[in-house]
Design a protein around this ligand. Structure first.
Ligand SMILES: Cc1ncc(COP(=O)(O)OP(=O)(O)O)c(N)n1
Ligand SMILES: Cc1nc(C(=O)O)sc1CCOP(=O)(O)O
Length: 209
């Protein structure tokens, strides 16, 4: 996957919304120009997760957008998603790459650990995510990734660099200045009074960067 193709706002779904509210929120983000969506569902029962994944698959396809599944390789395959995101304890990246094949997107959480990111690249990741970039309302206890880490990772690594955690349309410029390719956002996007307008605001930041 070319690094240039992985750039822009990366909408990560909140896991506490009714399905219809979630789908309306994602549709609004897509209308604002978002082209990458992650289904992150930490709590729902499997049939509901499956229904959400299928619905998001349809929605993202209709908008020419990519769907990434968090944590769950089988669900990724079942709904023919475009990719998978794995954290430290979610499975082996090399195994995931071997099963997914070369075309699908593979993302890896690297927290504040550049060495973990180097290993992820060697294992076949298409992007590496560092966070939390700022204090996160979703993960208040997450370790902070310093701003310099993003710049170092961008200078060194051959894959897209993603930032996550506490990102807002106001603080995002510092990350883009550091060379970040993907801004993964939950709260600031899905809690916005106008999700379409907020997504468009992020897209403009990328155009200016
Ligand atoms: C783009 C992106 N980056 C990081 C994460 C966090 O993944 P993980 O560490 O596995 O934590 P959970 O999301 O599973 O709570 C992510 N989901 N997406
Ligand atoms: C899911 C997740 N992972 C993080 C990490 O640091 O790896 S921070 C985070 C939460 C991101 O949500 P919000 O945009 O609401 O802060």
């Amino acid at each position: 996957m070319a690094q240039a193709e992985l750039r822009g706002l990366y909408a990560v779904t909140p896991d506490d919304l009714p399905r219809e509210t979630l789908l309306a929120g994602v549709a609004a983000a897509l209308a604002g120009g978002c082209r990458i969506v992650q289904l992150r569902d930490k709590s729902g029962p499997m049939p509901e997760r499956l229904a959400r994944a299928h619905a998001l698959r349809r929605l993202t396809r209709d908008h020419g957008a990519r769907l990434i599944i968090n944590d769950d390789l089988a669900l990724c395959q079942l709904v023919d998603a475009d990719g998978l995101h794995l954290g430290r304890d979610d499975g082996d990246l090399r195994v995931a790459r071997a099963i997914l094949g070369p075309q699908r997107i593979l993302g890896a959480s690297c927290y504040a650990d550049l060495e973990a990111a180097r290993r992820a690249c060697a294992a076949g990741a298409d992007y590496v995510a560092f966070g939390t970039a700022f204090p996160s309302p979703t993960k208040p206890d997450a370790v902070r990734a310093p701003l310099e880490l993003y710049a170092r990772a961008r200078a060194e690594l051959p894959v897209a660099v993603c930032a996550i955690g506490g990102i807002t349309a106001t603080n995002a410029a510092a990350l883009l200045d550091a060379g970040v390719d993907l801004l993964a956002v939950i709260t600031d996007l899905f809690s916005a009074p106008d999700i379409t307008a907020r997504a468009a605001q992020y897209q403009r930041l990328f155009e200016k960067a």
